[in-house]
Design a protein around this ligand. Structure first.
Ligand code: BES
Ligand code: ZN
Length: 470
């Protein structure tokens, strides 16, 4: 059944206002990693709370040891399925600021896109599920499903306080399925449902030599240089075939099945366009795997940041006192984040020259997962998206990013998650000039509005009772 005509009309009539409200949201610099932004995270939570309360949800701001979680529920469709909507109002740091065409927290419309930090990841995408509910409630007066919103402020720093919240409210949070829009489409006008994400471990290593920076002519050659030491550690992470050298790293990695390799290859990934988009001349990575396999289904180890010594203009002749590297590994299903953090720790320590002090900090970790792509929920979502995008095909893809809560939903609440990405991987998420297509924003709202109806219809169909994907 097509979208309810009144709902559809409401969405058309209110497009401009939805963009204005999103802009207001994007003006709040909710950088969860930056302690100075703490008051802004509170303001971000208040914005979401106001939005949910205006819908007529019972809504509250729940304080945590870190940034608050906003919880809202609308439960006035007894007997209908209950959907748990998850999203995050926090964003990544906006640095390097000088590479933004317009300031990251002054949302600007250019070429049909809204530019701002968080435009796609995740404020813009998450907002679609609030506006879709608004359309139903302001026109029909009720939703076809029950909704429970969990909108957190710490996703970009590993969702460290969310599990306690889910455990504490396990009964209250019971639902039939979770819906998250924090992934990407396969390409422009190629909407996709993501059935697998990689996990992650995030660590930092510091090597310290002399107690202060030293004159490199007076002391160099007689003391170990921490920058050289850290370069050696980094160089020891991969072999010449692009494989990670940490002992045990691949122990729990299942080989890709021929049918999944086939599925990936049928997506006809355009490597030329990929290289052009990224400004690279060659792709690189683990030998024996295609680019999609490397990005979606193989574990990796990446340096995210590296600093030591003098980084200002011109020369300066010192032996630095300290060098630091930030590293993340992406994990595939069955790899254990705790076990790999420890393996990384032991391996890097063993590679560190004895003359330098080795410090290791573990930040966060979560496992990777894949869902069974054959589920009635996925069928319902496909048809909701097809109508909104006016396309025949909705692709089934895996992706390489991580959303820590998805596995926690499964473990704590027994819930499967529909990952419905409205963004594009080229939206510059985590980079300067992040943006979100305004057309995709509106299509996302429409798809979400359709989805509530499709999920309700699913329950009325014989033989397709709501059941878990896995
Ligand atoms: N939205 C991303 C994850 C993502 C992006 C998945 C694109 C698939 C495609 C999410 O907000 C994110 O960036 N997560 C972090 C998690 C980490 C900090 C624990 C990530 O993947 O780096
Ligand atoms: Zn992100």
């Amino acid at each position: 059944m097509a979208t309810n005509a009144q709902v559809s009309e409401y969405l058309t009539q209110n497009e401009e206002r939805f963009v204005e409200e999103l802009k207001e949201f994007l003006r709040i610099p909710t950088v969860s990693a930056d302690p100075e932004c703490k008051p802004h995270l509170q303001r971000g939570a208040e914005f979401v709370h106001r939005q949910l309360a205006n819908l007529g949800c019972t809504a509250e701001i729940v304080p945590t040891a870190g940034h608050p979680i906003v919880y809202g529920e609308w439960l006035k469709s007894p007997g209908a399925p209950t959907v748990l909507v998850y999203g995050h109002y926090d964003v990544q740091p906006a640095d390097p600021l000088d590479l933004w065409t317009t300031p990251p927290f002054e949302p600007t419309l250019r070429h049909g896109c809204l530019y701002a930090r968080g435009a796609t990841d995740d404020k813009g995408q998450m907002f679609t599920h609030i506006k879709s509910a608004e359309a139903w409630l302001r026109t029909i007066g009720k939703l076809p499903v029950n909704l429970k919103y969990v909108i957190e402020g710490e996703e970009e720093v590993g969702s460290r306080n969310l599990e306690d919240f889910l455990n504490a409210r396990r009964d209250r949070l019971q639902a039939d399925v979770a819906v998250v829009s924090d992934t990407s489409q396969y390409g422009p006008n190629q909407p996709a449902i993501t059935y697998g994400l990689r996990g992650i471990v995030a660590v930092e290593i510091s090597l310290t030599g002399p107690s202060k920076d030293l004159h490199s002519g007076v002391f160099g050659g007689a003391v170990a240089n921490p920058a050289t030491g850290i370069a050696r550690l980094i160089a020891s992470l991969h072999d010449d075939q692009g494989r990670v050298r940490i002992p045990g790293f691949y122990d729990d990695v299942k080989p890709l099945t021929p049918s999944e390799r086939q599925l990936f290859s049928e997506l006809h990934f355009d490597e030329g366009a990929f290289k052009a988009e990224l400004g690279i001349t060659e792709v690189a990575g683990e030998e024996g795997f295609s680019t999609l396999e490397r990005r979606w289904a193989r574990p990796t180890c990446e340096v995210n940041g590296l600093f030591s010594g003098y980084t200002g203009a011109g020369p300066k002749t010192i032996v630095p006192s300290k060098a630091t590297v930030k590293i993340t590994c992406r994990l595939v299903p069955d790899q254990n984040p705790e076990k790999l953090t420890e393996a990384l720790h032991q391996y890097l320590k063993s590679q560190c020259p004895h003359s330098l002090k080795f410090e290791f900090t573990s930040y966060h970790g979560c496992p990777g997962f894949v869902f069974d792509p054959n589920s009635p929920y996925i069928e319902a979502a496909k048809s909701a998206i097809q109508e909104a995008w006016a396309v025949d095909q909705v692709r089934l893809i895996r992706e390489g990013g991580s959303i820590p809560v998805v596995q926690t939903f499964k473990d704590v609440l027994g819930l499967d998650t529909l990952l419905l990405g409205w963004g594009q991987n080229t939206d510059n998420l985590h980079s300067p000039d992040e943006h979100f297509s305004v057309a995709d924003f509106h299509r996302g709202i429409r798809a979400s509005a359709n989805l509530w109806q499709k999920l309700a219809e699913m329950q009325n169909q014989p033989d397709s009772s709501v059941h878990n994907i896995c």
